[in-house]
Design a protein. Sequence first.
Length: 320
Amino acid sequence: MLYWTISTRLKSETLQFDFACWRNIIKSSVPNMKTSYEPQQLSLLLQTDQLESDLQSIQRMIPSQETNYLTHNLHNFAARFLPHFPRIFITNLTKQDDFVVDPMMGSGTTLIEAAIQNRKGLGIDIDPIGYLMAKVATTPIEEKKLRNTRRRLLKKIRDAFDNGWKKVKLPSEEDYPNHSLWFRDETLKQLIFINNKISTISDPNIRYLSLLALSTIVREVSNADPRDIFPERDKSLPVRPKQDVLKIFDIAISQIEEKVINFSRSVNYEKRIEVQLGDARNIDLPAVSVDLVFTSPPYAYAIDYARVNQLSILLFWMAN
């Protein structure tokens, strides 16, 4: 089943997208995405009259490594959709500097594609981790400043790490319920210590990037079973092997740094996207100001998005 909302405005008139033209869009767009698709794969797409079947066919033919370019997939996110889909519609239904909105942006897939295609955009989501992902993924940062700040942060953490984390006071059960089940005491203290150092970064964009890097490792260093989408403990291994938290964080922030630098270069360091933490039902925009809305509403009946990232949410917003 398709759960997308697609709306477009052309010459100040509201139009319902005519899915009968889908095959022409596929014909013009897919070869530009990847030139090595087999001819029979394309013909399979062009013969069907079912939009859903077309999209599923595309999804099957696109290797996963083709969905991780630039700032896509900075952080695990449940039910993420392929960037090829918004790219097709943005490319074919809008022009340069048009305004694209995703009112349920999730990790920011639509907005990343809008920025790459020289469109302006606005994204909204009520999920704080989704907001953090989209914010980092769509914000260009000057390379030298980012690299220097990251180096200073890691040096500050390393210089004080061995003695510093031991002085960290563990949160109460009220602030972080069941933390002793989810983490070794020393692991949680180390995460809090790194989080505290990140909070001293003056540049908010680099601070958000560093927080996102920390969030990417929270599940990895916890006692949660890595095979589950939601944090669950393996009864046969309630306490997982000890991890080198600082080393894993160093790797994570360096990887995100490279992806953000590549994205920044691709958009010529222009800030084209605004993201907001908020309610999709309350969007304040002028009338007839949006050229395209492309969103994938959350699978609220199937996925508890807050629970997926609950360990990060509790770490970042304890007592809130």
